[in-house]
Design a protein around this ligand. Structure first.
Ligand SMILES: C[S@@+](CC[C@H](N)C(=O)[O-])C[C@H]1O[C@@H](n2cnc3c(N)ncnc32)[C@H](O)[C@@H]1O
Length: 186
């Protein structure tokens, strides 16, 4: 699709940012598309930590990884991404992805919330390797999404160590998802 959707653009751009052997984090595993993408790129010698607050998402991601032969490279964590700093065991990831909102095919009332998202982003910025990439896809189109998206955008803009860009479609019927792509200096 052209122009690409935020997730497509993110995957395209990250391919040259992640190397085999890297450690990457998917902070919202969902149905495992982003986790599987990261697991492919880090390769057999790399590791991915994928987190989701819903058991259904962890099961769905696990099934996708099994079917693609990627399960061994991924540690799945069923819990809240606000605990990110405690989950990495002192390791520094080169990439962290947040794909916010609700689980497609799941309960659309179970969405990411501003408070947890901001806590998690704060931790993400701390643990990211210097020169690493923080990517957030925001969905202002659902109930509560616009408030979260605005808070995330404002928060990332305050991160002094980061340079951030914003990408999204113009002139859409509903507020369109957008990608915040940020590099930590180093
Ligand atoms: C848009 S989906 C993620 C899509 C996913 N990355 C993929 O590739 O399929 C958003 C996910 O965030 C999860 N989520 C919501 N709040 C969370 C939290 N506090 N910590 C971790 N995951 C959370 C939801 O359960 C949902 O699965």
């Amino acid at each position: 699709m052209f122009p690409p959707r935020p997730t497509e653009l993110l995957h395209l751009l990250l391919k040259s940012e992640i190397a085999a052997g890297d450690f990457a984090i998917d902070a919202t595993a969902g149905n495992g598309h982003d986790t599987a993408f990261l697991a492919h790129i880090v390769g057999e010698t790399g590791k991915v930590l994928a987190i989701d607050i819903q058991a259904q998402a962890i099961e769905s991601t696990s099934a996708r990884l099994e079917s693609e032969g990627l399960r061994d490279r991924v540690k799945l964590h069923h819990g809240c991404h606000a605990d990110l700093a405690n989950l990495v065991g002192g390791k520094s990831p080169s990439v962290i992805i947040f794909n916010l909102g609700y689980l497609p095919g799941g309960d659309h009332g179970m969405i990411t919330h501003r408070e947890n998202t901001l806590k998690a982003l704060d931790a993400a910025s701390e643990i990211l390797v210097p020169g690493g990439v923080l990517a957030v896809i925001c969905y202002p189109g659902h109930n509560g999404g616009a408030e979260e998206a605005a808070a995330v955008e404002a928060f990332i803009a305050t991160l002094a160590a980061h340079r951030t860009a914003r990408y999204g479609m113009l002139a859409t019927e509903k507020p369109a998802p957008f990608l915040l792509l940020s590099r930590k200096s180093g």
